[in-house]
Design a binder for this molecule. Sequence first.
Ligand code: KIV
Length: 262
Amino acid sequence: MNIHTFAQRKHDRQKISMVTCYDHWSAKIINDSPIDCILVGDSLAVVMHGFDSTVHATIEMMEMHVAAVARGAPDKFIIADMPFLSCSKGIPAAMDAVQRLMQAGANAVKIEGDTHQVELIRHIVDAGVPVMGHLGLTPQSIHNLGGHRVQCKDEEQAARLIDSARKLTEAGCFAIVLECVPVKLGHCVSRTVSVPTIGIGAGPHTDGQVLVLQDLLGVDPEFKPRFLRQFADTRGVVVDALSRFHGEVVEESYPSLKESYK
Ligand code: KIV
């Protein structure tokens, strides 16, 4: 996958699959799967580090996780999130962050937000770095949005989002994530812009879909937003394996002599 394949997929109406990944062993599994591309999302602050929002992701955290993923998934196109406020301290500071993520092993960066990012996006793209946009629910602005909720439910907000998607496309984004918007808007944006849209909670008509790996694997059965389908019961499998290990240690059936050195 590269930025030309993204465009080709939209042209050929072939959907794109993207999953988040933050660590080396998951990256190795994804590398052997048909998944199209990997997002080292700033959601790692929540999923891997236990914070309550992505606001806590730092460039150091992003850099370290990107490097671990890149070492495990050399065959996949890797997109790295620009962390909280890294795009708001002027172009030189943003370019430093871009440099760190690309040198850690990313193939592209993702930037949350609207038309106020257009100048920066142009600058990054002109410097030779592919940029993925992110519109709708933008978790770095969670305190401004007042929580995780569906965005752009009224016509004026929807029109503004369509305009932003156009502007991000003109600025050079090769794809745009659409998060938690009504199905009709997901469809409309996907028809309007020439670059692929990758949806999460944006309905079936976007050009691709992204999910957080742990969510789709069912690591937390309690976490069930409407858009999420859990494709496995990983928590159940892990709890069962841990219970069996514990039980066999306690009853002294593990390790056997066959599992011991002579
Ligand atoms: O950080 C992340 O996981 C994301 C996805 C939800 C798109 O940005």
